[in-house]
Ligand binder design. Structure first.
Ligand code: SF4
Ligand code: SF4
Length: 408
């Protein structure tokens, strides 16, 4: 009994990584109790944790839907220069985060469109949020996702003063990056970012990039990764451009093989002492975080006009149903509309329920674009899950081999 209590404590302490599904499975496998008893215990634990209540850890503030670029695979389909957040709306959104915070540390991501178009607003938001956090005895961490083209020294100084980390959207070398990431006049933007990188690195030595891989760029994926390393990028989120366009099985297979090539290059760089980090390569394939993502559970997104949705990527969808808006910070919020996102497992399709792979169910926005339902992943999602899990498995094998032979 004590061991079971210890197990439950362990699982719940990893909350928000806590997953009722994982707990249930562990109880059945480790303590040989029936599925019914495991279900009852899990429901009791959920009640204790108040999972029905919204407990926030993060907020995405979409400062504008406007952008100075016109990337064709951008998730914001309808960009409008009029869509800009006011300081009043930003303050109400921040108040919502502080009042509903369930963790001592909360994260605010400044998002867009291109958030740096609203640098004057950012300069007002940051002190306001820090003051509000102080009143609620909370600490704030920050992130900005930017296309990098508007960065200047004033912005870098401000970000460095407040410990605000930038994540650059840069897809690889000039050929790949400029295929989609162009200005309104059709000019490529790679050289502009590359020219700024030594200045950026002087302020942010650990510099992250979101490398979005389109089907057209699969052939050059490994080369693109290495070109970014040469530029001084040392943290990576590598992800396929999913949603609007579909990937064939062969393309997904090739994506997986390229990931393994990148993994080999990554481990060689680490062995040489190069400071580099890719979270996906450092995780084990068995580190399952449960069904569904943080959207609507521990994180919310606010649109420039104050509309609230579980995630920024949903706000970018064209169909109103896809956006899953639960109200507006300037008027009313209907928290009950978040119920499906707080309990996504209840929306699982039978084929997922009986699936042996422990997948997290895909991105709600991609699911909606591909299947018309947030909680119904497409077959493409299953295939990407398999290749990513395989890469993690190989990564763990390589890493333990490296340790055995004295490499770090
Ligand atoms: S791998 Fe595919 S079928 Fe299996 S749970 Fe995930 S989305 Fe569902
Ligand atoms: S997986 Fe998709 S829906 Fe979930 S937080 Fe990420 S972008 Fe948003």
């Amino acid at each position: 009994m004590e061991q079971m209590a210890e197990k439950i404590r362990g699982c719940t302490q990893s909350f928000p990584g806590y997953s009722p599904q994982v707990l249930k499975k562990n109880l059945i496998n480790e303590f040989f109790i029936s599925a019914d008893d495991a279900e009852k215990l899990t429901v009791m634990v959920d009640r204790e944790l108040n999972l029905g209540e919204l407990g926030l850890a993060a907020l995405e503030l979409n400062l504008t839907f406007n952008c100075n670029l016109t990337c064709s695979y951008c998730f914001v389909h309808q960009k409008s220069p009029q869509d800009r957040m006011t300081i009043g709306t930003a303050q109400k959104a921040i108040d919502l985060l502080m009042e509903r915070a369930a963790y001592p540390n909360v994260n605010i991501t400044l998002f867009g469109g291109e958030p740096l178009l609203e640098f004057n607003l950012i300069k007002k938001i940051v002190p306001y949020a820090l003051e509000a956090a102080k009143k609620h005895n909370l600490a704030v961490t920050w992130a900005v996702t930017t296309n990098g083209t508007l960065i200047n020294e004033e912005i870098l100084k401000f970000f460095s003063q407040y410990n605000i980390n930038m994540l650059l959207s840069i897809d690889g070398g000039p050929e790949t990056h400029d295929r989609y990431r162009r200005t309104r006049c059709g000019e490529g933007t790679w050289h502009k970012i590359a020219d700024l990188l030594s200045l950026i690195k002087a302020y942010q030595p650990w510099l992250g990039a979101r490398m979005t891989v389109s089907t057209e760029a699969i052939e050059k994926m490994r080369e693109d990764f290495n070109q970014l390393v040469e530029l001084g990028i040392n943290q990576f989120i590598i992800a396929p451009a999913q949603g609007a366009s579909c990937w064939s099985k062969e393309e997904i297979e090739q994506y997986g093989l390229n990931l393994i090539d990148i993994l080999r290059d990554y481990l060689k760089l680490k062995q040489k002492g190069y400071p580099i980090f890719i979270e996906e390569f450092e995780k084990g394939e068995d580190e399952y975080t449960g069904w569904g993502c943080r959207a609507g559970r521990t994180s919310l997104a606010v649109a420039p006009n104050g509309d609230v949705s579980p995630c920024s990527k949903l706000l970018g969808l064209t169909e109103e149903g896809g956006k899953a808006i639960i109200g507006n910070v300037n008027s009313d919020l209907n928290m009950q509309l978040l119920e499906p996102f707080q309990n996504p497992i209840s929306r699982q399709q039978p084929y997922c329920r009986s699936c042996f792979r422990q997948c997290t169910g895909g991105c709600y926005a991609v699911n909606y674009e591909q299947t018309g339902d947030h909680f119904t992943p497409s077959e493409e999602n299953c295939l990407f899950w398999v290749v990513c899990q395989e890469t993690k498995r190989i990564s763990r094998m390589f890493r333990s081999g490296c340790r055995q032979y004295g490499y770090r």
